[in-house]
Design a protein around this ligand. Structure first.
Ligand SMILES: [Zn+2]
Length: 153
């Protein structure tokens, strides 16, 4: 398909607004309803490609506005899957994320320095199970110490 035609068809499905507002996708949605869909691809990824340029292989397009249906290129940025997970986690959208990434790292460092799980759980105000799975990497397996700037706890 001709590029300009494609772009016209794309933006026809978008409720445009000011640059600093969310531009809502009015077309079809992914099954979970959280993201817009165009054919097999995600609408916000197509928006990024049209407006900014190609997305390097393996990278995600992230929303600064936290609105999955938004396709405003000003609200989109490129990140790794890990950046995306960190971002979601900070915004509390990860289902298992009752802990912030900073807390998970702090828990792991405390455990590595020999602190008992029960004491860690009490200190961070979470359940022993939550502290244990975070400390052992059963939860937040994607998160590694090097993701965060080093600070002793
Ligand atoms: Zn937005």
């Amino acid at each position: 398909m001709e590029r300009r035609k494609f772009e016209q068809r794309f933006w026809a499905k978008v409720q445009k607004a000011a640059d600093n507002e969310c531009w809502l996708w009015l077309g079809r949605k992914m099954e979970d309803g959280r993201y817009g869909r165009l054919g097999c691809s995600l609408a916000h990824r197509r928006s990024f490609e049209i407006s900014v340029g190609p997305i390097p292989p393996g990278l995600c397009v992230m929303h600064s506005c936290d609105n999955g249906l938004c396709v405003n290129p000003h609200h989109l940025s490129i990140g790794t899957h890990r950046d995306n997970m960190l971002d979601k986690c900070r915004k509390g959208r990860d289902n298992r994320a009752s802990l912030s990434p900073e807390t998970v790292i702090a828990i792991r460092r405390a455990r590595a320095s020999g602190e008992k799980i029960k004491a860690i759980a009490a200190r961070f105000g979470c359940s022993v199970f939550t502290a244990y799975t975070a400390a052992t990497g059963q939860s937040f397996a994607w998160l590694s110490d090097s993701d965060l700037p080093g600070k002793s706890v």
